[in-house]
Design a protein around this ligand. Structure first.
Ligand code: ADP
Ligand code: MG
Length: 725
């Protein structure tokens, strides 16, 4: 057996296990070694019924003697009640609001229960335990559960997502692997020096400890090592990418702020100091010999578009070296067609006085401003026509969705790329855009300047790691005169009151968003079906019961682009008063007259995401309102949601989310290529900073990692993975 032998060859496995391994992407012995448990169960928690006390967290093996669905007498809450028995006694188990469990666990069956002992009217019961059916009951005193007789407290690793593959099986398989001497093949990609400095175990030790810890501190030390390793490698990769990017010669553009003055003076508002500084920083980048790679991070509504427009102006009014009468080009990429259209229209307003062409490319059509027939309007044109004008340089500003990345799109003098809502795009998509100048253009060897923009508030540690290759500018000031959104947490008994308040706003001519977690109603007969509001049903209900006199429209991701556009237009033109939508409106939509937002089922979203959604209504100087509707009974949830009332900005909320709910709740962590373990590490600023410092040091001394072949290999592997994202 060696690290690369397949599990299938070395172990006898059945069809179910085969499928499960495939689903988890585990093929080789090495894969399995790197499949980590997410928690441990200790035999210390394993108990008999006799002697249990209130408040104890326990694991119990018992037989289900009786089980039935019933209703709690006081509030008629549906529940399941069961009588459990082991050799030492009996106890009742109660699952509130989960009547279906009575059908899942037949009388007479054996199961493992994990839960907390509660007490009511002097009687102990097991409240809402997790359960897992087993074939027989273990005999605790004699053959201890995990056949490790002589240890008082043995810990069993519990692996994630083991459908078809028990944690016990994985554990025993790993023990066999350990005994085969395979571990001696393991080489550590992190140098001894670093391990010593931070007191981290070697890779071999860490692998043994994470699967078979003898004590809690072993498990913790090895998790720390793997977390460090992950952040270290991400940082290395980013540092390497940054050094590489700075070798790219680019378009040298020497516009001054003075030269931008006329353009900026035309804005219908005075820029914030933060906007002015950001514009200056970007102009400074343009003057350098190499390509800019900058992230502009600013809360929703902080005015990123204006910063982009002003810097685009600097590009547009600069001529390519060899053609004094022509203009350098800009590509502006956004994630949705609605947004693309909206930006197309605002850019026409910004730039029309310059008499330049502006193009729009999406999968449902291409457009150009100005139209030949009517010079103040835009017109639909064929794709091939648009592409021709882009490639011969006649369209200096091209706005678009993912369609911009397609092979057929080629520029003559692409000098600037703006990626709006950049967290919605993969790294590969961004990279593709930087190679868009055609071979005949003469600018092929130049890399365009790249400005990424995002409002996604993420904790600082995470930003440091995943955006380590970018220079960061924060837009940390809201436009002058913006009133903070008045946010209310609305429990079911306060709903009607909230609706009355909303009616007053609608009467003033304002519009409203209602955000629901689902598109269509879930099947209520399904066990555990989530009874959450759906867009379609909620729109009907609001029309029938609450707001009959108003126009209500729906918007969700399953609609066709043309339908979405129609609805969005109607909402923009105030033909629709209330827009009931899924979180598709999350990104960038700008309707200043919409000043009220209801967030339904709010407990299901992360705070940072709720904040993003709420940002839809802070687009003007009217007072905006956000109603956070939740049916939750949990005080903790209400407390968490209440952070929306006090937090100063999205970053604060992101930190809050990380602390309260854990890393899994940060929006889309998968897309960053950071594992759950790595995300855990993000909570630890010191660890993140240490890993980053070491990575930067290593790259400075060793730009190609020439002295560290193992590390270089590992980095190449991660890079490849990210490219397949
Ligand atoms: P975001 O940063 O979320 O992309 P936008 O660029 O869409 O924000 O700007 C939000 C709104 O604020 C727009 O209607 C824009 O015209 C307006 N705006 C931008 N900057 C200012 C400013 N300095 N003063 C007043 N309003 C502004
Ligand atoms: Mg925006």
């Amino acid at each position: 057996m060696n690290l690369n032998s397949t599990i299938e060859k070395e172990f006898r496995i059945n069809e179910t296990q085969k499928k499960a391994l495939k689903r988890l992407g585990l093929k080789t012995i090495e894969d399995l070694l790197f499949y980590f448990p997410n928690r441990y169960e200790s035999t210390e928690d394993l108990r008999e019924i006799k002697g249990l006390k209130k408040g104890e967290k326990i694991i119990l093996y018992a037989q289900v003697k009786k089980i039935k669905a019933t209703k709690a007498y006081y509030k008629k809450i549906p529940m399941t009640e069961a009588v459990l028995e082991d050799a030492s006694g009996v106890i009742t188990a109660i699952w509130f609001r989960q009547a279906y469990i009575s059908k899942m666990l037949p009388e007479g069956s054996f199961a493992k229960f994990t839960g907390t002992i509660s007490e009511r009217n002097g009687k102990l019961y097991l409240a809402n335990p997790e359960y897992h059916e087993v074939s027989t009951l273990p005999i605790i005193s004699d053959e201890s559960l995990f056949s490790e007789k002589d240890k008082d407290s043995f810990v069993l690793p519990i692996y994630p997502e083991t459908r078809g593959l028990s944690s016990k099986w994985i554990y025993h398989t790993i023990l066999k692997i350990f005994s085969e001497g395979v571990m001696d093949e393991i080489q550590d990609p992190i140098s001894e020096k670093i391990l010593k400095k931070y007191n981290l175990p070697t890779l071999k030790t860490a692998l043994i400890w994470i699967h078979t810890p003898q004590k809690k501190s072993d498990a913790e030390a090895s998790r720390k090592r793997f977390a460090f390793e992950e952040i270290f490698f991400i940082s290395l990769l980013r540092a390497k990418q940054k050094t590489a990017y700075q070798k790219n010669p680019s378009f040298k553009i020497s516009k001054t702020r003075k030269e931008l003055k006329d353009f900026i003076d035309r804005f219908p508002f005075k820029p914030t100091d933060s906007q002015t500084t950001s514009i200056k920083t970007i102009l400074d980048d343009f003057k350098k010999d190499y390509a800019m790679n900058r992230l502009l991070e600013g809360d929703v509504g902080s005015g990123k578009t204006a910063v982009a427009a002003a810097t685009i102006y600097a590009i547009t009014t600069t001529a390519p070296k060899d053609r004094p009468s022509a203009r350098l080009q800009t590509a502006y990429m956004v994630p949705t067609e609605i947004l693309a259209k909206q930006h197309f229209e605002s850019f026409i307003k910004f730039f029309e006085y310059l008499n330049i062409n502006i193009g729009l490319i999406t999968s449902s059509g291409c457009f150009k401003f100005p139209s030949k027939v009517n010079p103040t309007d835009w017109t639909k044109i064929s794709r091939s026509q648009l592409l021709k004008w882009v490639s011969n340089g006649e369209i200096p500003i091209l706005i678009g969705t993912h369609s911009l990345i397609q092979k057929t799109v080629e520029f003559k003098n692409l000098a600037f790329i703006v990626i709006d809502e950049q967290h919605k795009f993969g790294i590969l998509q961004r990279q593709k855009l930087t190679r868009k100048n055609s071979t005949e253009s003469g600018t092929k060897e130049l890399t365009p300047h790249l400005l990424s923009m995002t409002a996604t508030p993420i904790p600082r540690t995470l930003a440091l790691s995943i955006y380590g290759d970018l220079d960061l500018t924060l837009l940390d000031q809201m436009p002058h005169g913006r009133k903070p959104i008045i946010t209310e947490i609305v429990t079911p008994n306060k709903r009607n009151q909230a609706y009355e308040q909303i009616k007053l706003e609608l009467k003033k001519g304002r519009q409203m968003y209602v955000i629901c977690p689902r598109i269509e109603e879930a099947d209520p007969n399904k066990a555990g079906a989530l009874r959450v509001k759906s867009v379609v049903e909620e729109a009907k209900r609001l029309k029938a019961e609450i707001f009959p006199e108003y126009e209500i429209g729906v918007l969700h991701s399953k609609m066709k682009p043309a339908e979405k556009e129609e609805i969005m237009n109607a909402f923009t033109e105030a033909k629709i008063d209330i827009l009931v939508a899924t979180s598709v409106v999350e990104v960038g939509v700008n309707v200043p007259n919409a000043t009220v937002i209801i967030l339904e089922g709010a407990e299901r979203f992360g705070l940072a995401q709720l904040h993003q959604l709420r940002g839809r209504v802070i687009r003007s100087n009217h007072q905006a309102y956000c109603f956070v509707f939740s049916d939750t009974k949990s005080d903790n949830t209400i407390k968490r949601l209440s952070a929306l009332k006090t937090a100063k900005n999205g970053f604060e909320l992101a930190e809050f989310d990380l602390e309260l709910r854990g890393s899994g709740e940060l929006i889309g962590n998968k897309q960053w290529g950071v594992s759950d373990l790595g995300m855990e590490a993000i909570k630890n600023l010191k660890l993140v900073e240490a890993a980053r410092t070491e990575a930067q040091k290593l790259i400075e001394d060793n730009p190609d990692l020439q002295d560290y072949p193992l590390t270089a290999q590992k980095i190449a592997k991660i890079e490849k993975l990210i490219h397949f994202e």
